[in-house]
Design a protein around this ligand. Sequence first.
Ligand SMILES: [Zn+2]
Length: 268
Amino acid sequence: MRRRLAALVAVVFAVVPIGPAVGSAAAMPDRTAPDRTTPDRTTATVMSTQRNADGTVTQTTYTPAAGVAPADLARKLTANGVPGVALVDGTADVSAQVAACAYGTSRTWPTGTTCFSRWSYNGWARPQMYFRDRSNSLWPVGRAVTKWNETSGIDSHYRTFASGCPSTTVHCVIVYNAAYGKTGEWEDVVGLTRRSLNSAQTYTTGAYIALNESYGGTEAQRWNTACHEIGHVLGLDHNTSTASCLYTYRTSQRYPHADDFTLLERYY
Ligand SMILES: [Zn+2]
């Protein structure tokens, strides 16, 4: 049984930098892929969903630090005051609806009406995504964007933040970066994607990414997180394979899986 939380609560958009955290990130080993016969929710998505006063929906996906289980992160976020937190588990659920929203190891988030919240075409052959990079040079955002552009479903372009948004018919997504700390919304969180959806959750109308400096990370881990958040912006849920950067939490996998590209091509 799948459902969306529609909590009528105030939306907290502020992502407040609280200064550099003390200490460095623990070097935790990446986990291996889960046993898919066990509904241990290892690959679930940690998501907060809020219904806004005007009917639109704001969804935030939180990416756990390496080795942090989604269920543990969901508990912490709730304890830290984040409203509407739920585990969305597209892996253990084998309903027909979920099967229709998947390709191979890749998944989207089914809603009551659709498998997929898409970006509008606005007259283009494919939706045009511009990722405006406001992160520091440690985050390989440009290389992550370039890789996602290999799908033929939707075009992803890299752009410096200072260059602005080139047109009103394209979609611009700002990639923020700061030492957001290790407490509150950022406890065990290395990155998040916040998306605005129309009331039917059929279209994504806006999004931004925030990358957390406070957990450090190798180049491959940072690349993994940038790749992961971009995949969420485009509309994908997690991939059950560690061969995809859309695996549940931070790994060192830098690239999407071929199934991720195919799933985008099914819906665009
Ligand atoms: Zn995720």
